[in-house]
Design a protein around this ligand. Structure first.
Ligand code: NAD
Length: 316
């Protein structure tokens, strides 16, 4: 049995990760989360209890991080500002939380003597991959303040391995979908609007491609890395299935029984990456493979938003 600290555990992927840990192991979990607009107590309400504790605090606050680390064996660090569009409007918050926060988490983990830190990052650090599949040693060419701050945080985390011998591993996950994703990201934004008969904004000509991964498969990938990756390594977590934004939108329109005329082309996002694609061979060699087939996962996700309108209405 391990005692795990999950930063950002009240957010989308973090709360799914907490549920997977509790369902698949005897481990106990302490969540450290600042409960920004993206985090919610309701994301954890059915799991907080004997094996899971929620501590409200900021990863940039050394005292809060040090206190949360007491008695913990390992850290799963997910707390971050995560929305690209917000990073274009307010980059400061991204550099502050993603870079400063990661530095504090790693430094306090080192002082506390924890056995392993898993730093959860994104495939966006590779920038647009126009051809082929990025392996973990691909150059980092982030395009947005979000992805640049994540690339910086990856390097900060890895420096604690190289310099201090702290056992750090970095995951780089692809675009993730599923229940409880804040309705600013494309899938919950489009589903919540289409279910209300509202228009949805499609960037540019919709040709940008993304690789999609179900949140439970992402969580299982992070846990496989926690339990099996080499110290100091980077591991891609990729679903392997691509859709253009146009194809994704068409599927969501169909699943929501919505009028295709609700799709409204808008000016492209500044600096919009054309394609993300990662090679997940290293993670597969740890025994992981995705369980969700994309169409099945999207249908289940739309069903969840249909059945949980109060969850997303509170966040609109
Ligand atoms: P999210 O925005 O849903 O959740 C982030 C959580 O972090 C929230 O609960 C928020 O309250 C918390 N948080 C923010 N700032 C904090 C701070 N200063 N101190 C403590 N807590 C703070 O994000 P998500 O989509 O669940 O992403 C989680 C992690 O996974 C992020 O590091 C993100 O970069 C990475 N990631 C996300 C995706 C994706 O498609 N969503 C893909 C790959 C990697």
């Amino acid at each position: 049995m391990a005692r795990l600290l999950v930063t950002g555990g009240a957010g989308f992927i973090g709360s799914a990760l907490v549920r997977r840990i509790l369902a698949t192991s005897d481990d106990t979990v302490r969540v450290l989360d600042a409960l920004t607009y993206a985090g919610g107590r309701d994301n954890l309400e059915e799991v907080v209890g004997e094996r899971c504790e929620l501590v409200v605090g900021d990863v940039r606050d050394r005292a809060a991080v040090a206190a949360a680390l007491v008695g913990c064996d390992a850290v799963l660090h997910l707390a971050a500002e995560s929305h690209v569009d917000r990073s274009i409007v307010d980059p400061d918050a991204f550099v502050s939380t993603n870079c400063d926060g990661t530095n504090v988490v790693c430094d306090e983990a080192r002082r506390a003597g924890v056995e392993r830190v898993v730093h959860v990052s994104t495939d966006e650090v590779y920038g647009s991959v126009t051809e082929g599949w990025a392996t973990e040693d691909w150059p980092l060419r982030p395009s947005s303040p979000y992805s640049a701050s994540k690339a910086g945080s990856d390097l900060i985390a890895l420096s604690y391995h190289h310099t201090f011998g702290l056992d750090v591993v970095v995951t780089r996950g692809s675009n993730t979908y599923g229940p409880r994703q804040y309705p600013e990201k494309v899938i919950p934004l489009f589903v919540s609007r289409l279910l209300r008969g509202e228009t949805v904004p499609l960037y540019g000509d919709g040709s940008n491609q993304r690789e999609w991964l179900h949140v439970d498969d992402h969580a299982d990938g992070i846990l496989a890395v926690l339990r099996g990756a080499e110290p100091g390594s980077v591991v891609n977590v990729g679903g392997g299935v691509h859709l253009t934004n146009r194809e994704l939108t068409d599927r969501l329109v169909a699943l929501c029984d919505a009028d295709p005329a609700l799709v409204t082309p808008v000016a492209d996002r500044l600096g919009h990456d054309l394609r993300y694609a990662i090679d997940a061979g290293r993670l597969r060699s740890l025994g992981w493979s995705p369980h969700f087939e994309l169409d099945e996962g999207l249908a289940a996700t739309v069903d969840w938003y249909r059945a949980n309108t109060a969850w997303w209405e509170r966040r609109r």
